[in-house]
Design a protein around this ligand. Structure first.
Ligand SMILES: Nc1ncnc2c1ncn2[C@@H]1O[C@H](COP(=O)(O)OP(=O)(O)OP(=O)(O)O)[C@@H](O)[C@H]1O
Length: 280
C-alpha cells in the first residue's frame, strides 16, 4: 500500500533534520527562473551557489528563505514545507542575508545587529542577557564592535556588510542563507568572512548556503558547490573534488586555465583572456 501523503506542515521521516529543495520552480510573475531544481543541503556544512549573472541564484535563495512563493515544488526544513511553518518559528531556524538590504536611516551598527534577536523575543518578553551575549559574540566575530555606535549609513560598504552578517549570526539560526556576502569586501575581509562561515559550520554546527561570485573562493571554502545555469543545476562538486576547465567553460562561457595552488596542490582557475599575450 503506498504511504499516505503527509498533511501540510507534517514531517516526512526521510527528510528529518535537513533543508531540502524538491522539484522547485520559482520566478517572478509568471516567468519561471528556477526550473525544477532538487537538492539536499548538507547539514552543518557550507554550500556555495555559483553561476553566471541572471542564472537564478538569488531567486533560488529567496525561495529557500520563503521570500518568494514557489511556482511549483517545495522547500522542506526538517521534513516540513517552509511555507507551512509559522513565521517566527521559521525565523528562529533559518536566517537570510539578502543581496542589497536597505537600512532604515539613523540605525547604529549595534541596533542593526540587535534586530537579529527579534525572532527570539516573545510578545511581552524583555531584552535578555542571552540577547546581549548573542549580539556581542556576533559583533566580535565579525570585527564590528569598534563601530557599534556608528550609524550604519556612515560605514563603508565592507563595514556595513559585516554588520549584516553579524545580524544574521545574532539570529542564531541553524541555517544561514547569504546572497553574495563577500561583495564590497576587500581581500582580507573576504577571507575573514569565508573563514568565519566555515567556522560556523565546523565549530557551531550551522548550515550555510551562500551565493558566491568568486569561483576559486567557492571551491576553496564550500563543502558542496552547485553551479546554476539557466535556472537549473548543471554542476555539483562535493568535498573539494576537482572541477574541470571544460565544466567551467560550459557554466560561464569562458575559457580558463588551471594553475596549481602550491599549498593544496589543487587547481586555481584563471580566465584564459587574463593570461593571454594579447593583453600585454
Ligand atoms: N525582483 C525581480 N523582479 C523581476 N524579475 C527579477 C527580479 N529579480 C530577478 N529577476 C529576474 O530573474 C532572473 C534571475 O535573476 P537572479 O537575480 O535570480 O539571478 P542571479 O544568478 O542571482 O544573478 P546575479 O549573479 O546577477 O546576481 C533574471 O532574468 C532577473 O531579471
Amino acid at each position: 500500500m503506498p504511504a499516505a501523503e503527509p498533511a501540510p506542515g507534517e514531517a516526512t521521516p526521510e527528510a528529518a533534520s535537513s533543508l531540502a529543495v524538491k522539484g522547485l520552480k520559482a520566478g517572478w510573475g509568471h516567468t519561471i527562473v528556477v526550473n525544477d531544481v532538487s537538492f539536499a543541503v548538507r547539514t552543518g556544512r557550507m554550500t556555495a551557489l555559483i553561476g553566471p549573472n541572471g542564472s537564478g541564484k538569488s531567486t533560488l535563495l529567496s525561495a529557500m528563505a520563503r521570500l518568494l512563493k514557489p511556482l511549483g515544488g517545495a522547500v522542506h526544513l526538517d521534513g516540513r514545507s517552509i511555507h507551512h511553518l509559522p513565521t517566527r518559528a521559521l525565523a528562529r531556524d533559518l536566517g537570510i542575508l539578502p543581496q542589497s538590504p536597505l537600512v532604515p536611516e539613523g540605525l547604529t551598527a549595534f541596533d542593526l545587529v540587535s534586530r537579529g534577536r527579534y525572532p527570539h523575543q516573545g510578545f511581552l518578553s524583555q531584552w535578555s542577557e542571552q540577547d546581549d551575549a548573542a549580539v556581542e559574540t556576533a559583533m566580535r566575530l565579525t570585527g564590528t564592535l569598534d563601530f557599534a555606535r556608528t550609524p550604519v549609513e556612515a560605514l563603508s560598504g565592507g563595514q556595513r556588510q559585516r554588520c549584516w552578517i553579524a545580524m544574521a549570526m545574532a539570529q542564531e539560526t541553524r541555517v544561514i542563507l547569504l546572497d553574495e556576502p563577500t561583495t564590497f569586501l576587500d581581500l582580507r575581509y573576504q577571507v575573514e568572512v569565508l573563514d568565519l562561515l566555515h567556522r560556523l559550520t565546523r565549530e557551531h554546527g550551522r548550515t550555510v548556503v551562500a551565493v558566491l561570485h568568486d569561483l576559486n573562493m567557492a571551491l576553496a571554502y564550500a563543502d558542496t558547490v552547485l553551479g546554476l545555469k539557466d535556472g537549473r543545476i548543471c554542476v555539483q562538486v562535493e568535498d573539494g573534488a576537482i572541477l574541470t576547465p571544460a565544466q567551467i567553460a560550459d557554466l560561464f562561457g569562458v575559457e580558463v586555465v588551471a594553475v596549481e595552488n602550491p599549498r593544496t596542490g589543487k587547481p586555481v582557475f584563471i580566465p584564459l583572456a587574463a593570461v593571454s599575450e594579447a593583453v600585454r
